[in-house]
Design a protein around this ligand. Structure first.
Ligand SMILES: [Zn+2]
Length: 146
């Protein structure tokens, strides 16, 4: 007697069956007497008895640096959108007021004019221009609350 692990091409089921010999299997297979235990299809094949080694996935192609950069920028943008308060044109004012301890520090983003940016820099207010790719869409003004 010989035991085969069988594989059904019809339903992809796997099962085992005993045969008198490998010749017996071949002859029964020939006569389509070897049937799937699950769906009764005769499209049954012997499973190749490979050693139980996990197949390693084909190595992924190296990531496209441009796509990586885009994904990074998208994360950064999301981070800004989620964690920074949008203060619009009041950015310079807000940043300065935090710098001088008039209000608690919190992450903000918004717009400045070139002059404002220069002034902030001269005063040593920590502020950096956001690269365009990191700039989230300006939040829509909240409608009147009912
Ligand atoms: Zn089947």
């Amino acid at each position: 007697m010989i035991r085969y692990a069988l594989f059904c091409k019809a339903c992809e089921g796997e099962f085992e069956a005993w045969f008198a010999s490998s010749a017996a299997f071949d002859s029964q297979k020939e006569k389509r007497q070897v049937r799937c235990a699950v769906c009764n299809s005769s499209r049954v094949e012997k499973q190749i008895m490979a050693p139980a080694v996990k197949t390693t996935k084909a190595k992924e192609a190296p990531a496209d640096p441009e796509k990586l950069m885009q994904a990074f920028a998208e994360k950064a943008r999301q981070h800004v959108a989620d964690n920074f308060d949008y203060v619009g044109g009041a950015f310079a004012e807000e940043a300065r007021s935090m710098h001088y301890g008039e209000q608690a520090h919190r992450p903000i983003w918004g717009e400045t004019t070139a002059e404002e940016r220069e002034a902030l820099q001269e005063e040593g207010v920590p502020a950096a221009p956001l690269p365009a790719a990191f700039t989230p869409p300006v939040p829509k003004p909240k409608g009147p609350v009912n």
